[in-house]
Design a protein around this ligand. Structure first.
Ligand code: URA
Length: 452
């Protein structure tokens, strides 16, 4: 397609003609140059492009897509829109992991100490939860005393001394993504593969890791509802970080039901501790071993996935991974006794209520997104960024896909300190379950591994 040009003398007083041209070019399906993308991102970050023009651009991308070259340019422009973190003071190959977001996804709590226990330095910058998905920082802060606001010096010192630290991602990392994400959220342009890839990769690249493993979720509780879209996104993100000179690998994993059984901050910490003890839910353990194996290989601590997996299993069996979690909690000011007695030392809710099944049968489906929303209603999540959360609130799933249930038997247990929220949350949980008279198989956990 030929490049569009503006008609001479067209009356667009007050409208940035250059930006208009870029929007029109994208709307017509033409490939943008790196220079055009850089101009758009830098001027939008500075506040020189109004949201209405950027919204139009995002919608044009949503419908026309972006080439790999354009997506790479967009990622780099967003990564360089703010501070880029230099982790060179930390010894070794720093490996990061990113999940595209799920319900009950506490993998970082298990994975970070697990891979750190094998000598891969984990310098993790994480986010908070919003809407139906939880955030690692909120989960860790449910441990009494745990601080996520370490200074840069404390962060580097902790990783060099104990091999692991987890802090909040500062506002100065990829500010273009923050503005764009907020705009996408209100213009129905979140679920665009190039926009998600650029959003995720820009933050990860700016955070300075040498290698990044992506866990791309697919299913009812994920942005990517179809497996083929999830695979495309995973391949694109690996390609982008490799082009940027980092190592990359990815998994596509299931989010047709919550991961593990616990949803909600302190409940998830307790489940992560169980898993680090070698006793957690099978799906969570398997996902952590699979992601961990990729991280260990990328970090140069094993020659093959099989060798990495054996070493990770050993670390769970010997208690080395649990000890590393204890080090993390202690170093960041948390009560490390939580690791040995989570039941009495983590915050717990005053009101517990079981959600009974309305019929007998087999669990065919669980709407993970609605379980996340119900957990938010109980106090575990935020509707807006300003909301406070209740660390004790959440849901324990008692039946998962493939399980047999009898009428009246509990499907889930609600935990809250706000008894008013019990009734609407119970209704939502009940309606999230699809029950069939026929036997059903649990879904496959991992659909694809992108390693080479
Ligand atoms: N997570 C992100 O960080 N960005 C997206 O666009 C979607 C999920």
């Amino acid at each position: 397609m030929t490049e569009p040009t503006l008609a001479q003398g067209e009356n667009r007083r007050g409208v940035d003609v250059r930006v208009y041209d870029i929007i029109l070019k994208k709307r017509r399906g033409c490939e943008l140059s790196e220079e055009e993308i850089n101009l758009l991102i830098s001027r939008y970050t500075q506040g020189d492009i109004p949201d209405y023009q950027m919204s139009a651009f995002l919608m044009a991308v949503f419908f026309q897509g972006m080439s790999v070259k354009e997506t790479h340019a967009l990622t780099m422009a967003m990564a360089h829109s703010g501070e880029t973190v230099d982790l060179s003071a930390i010894h070794g190959v720093k490996v990061d992991k990113h999940s595209t977001g799920g319900v009950g996804d506490k993998t970082t709590l298990v994975l970070a100490p697990l891979v750190a226990s094998l000598g891969v330095p984990v310098a993790k910058m994480s986010g908070r939860g919003l809407g139906h998905t939880g955030g690692t920082l909120d989960k860790l802060e449910s441990i009494p005393g745990f601080r996520v606001d370490l200074s840069k010096e404390e962060f580097v010192e902790a990783v060099n001394r104990v091999g692991i630290a987890v802090v909040g991602q500062t506002a100065s990392i990829a500010p273009a993504d923050k503005k764009l994400y907020a705009l996408r959220d209100v213009t129905a342009t979140v679920d665009s593969i190039p926009l998600i890839a650029a959003s995720v990769c820009s933050k990860k690249l700016a955070c300075g890791a040498d290698a990044i493993v992506f866990d791309v979720k697919t299913g009812k509780g994920a942005f990517m509802k179809s497996q083929s879209d999830a695979e495309h996104l995973a391949e694109l993100m690996v390609d982008i970080v490799r082009q940027a000179g980092r190592r990359g690998a990815a998994l596509v994993s299931d989010m047709d039901q919550p991961l593990g059984y616990a949803v909600g901050n302190s409940l998830e910490v307790a489940e992560a501790i169980d898993t680090l003890r070698g006793e957690g839910p099978e799906d969570l353990r398997e996902l952590c071993l699979s992601l961990g194996s990729l991280m260990i290989v990328l970090g140069g601590k094993a020659k093959s996935i099989e060798e990495a997996r054996r070493n990770l299993e050993d670390s769970l069996n010997t208690g080395a991974a649990l000890d590393k979690f204890r080090d993390l909690v202690f170093t960041q000011g948390g009560n490390a006794e939580v690791v040995d007695d989570p039941e009495s030392l983590l915050p717990s809710a005053r009101c517990l209520e079981a959600v009974p099944s309305s019929m007998s049968g087999y669990i065919k489906g669980i709407n993970a997104e609605n379980i996340g929303v119900a957990s938010m209603m109980l106090g575990a999540g935020r509707r807006t960024k300003e909301d406070a959360i209740d660390p004790a609130a959440g849901i324990i799933i008692l039946k998962k896909i493939g399980d047999r249930v009898e009428q009246g038997e509990p499907l889930a247990m609600l935990h809250t300190n706000d008894w008013h929220s019990l009734e609407p949350a119970a209704k939502l949980v009940m309606s999230s379950y699809e029950i069939s008279e026929d036997k059903c198989n649990p879904p496959q956990l991992i659909y694809k591994v992108i390693e080479k």
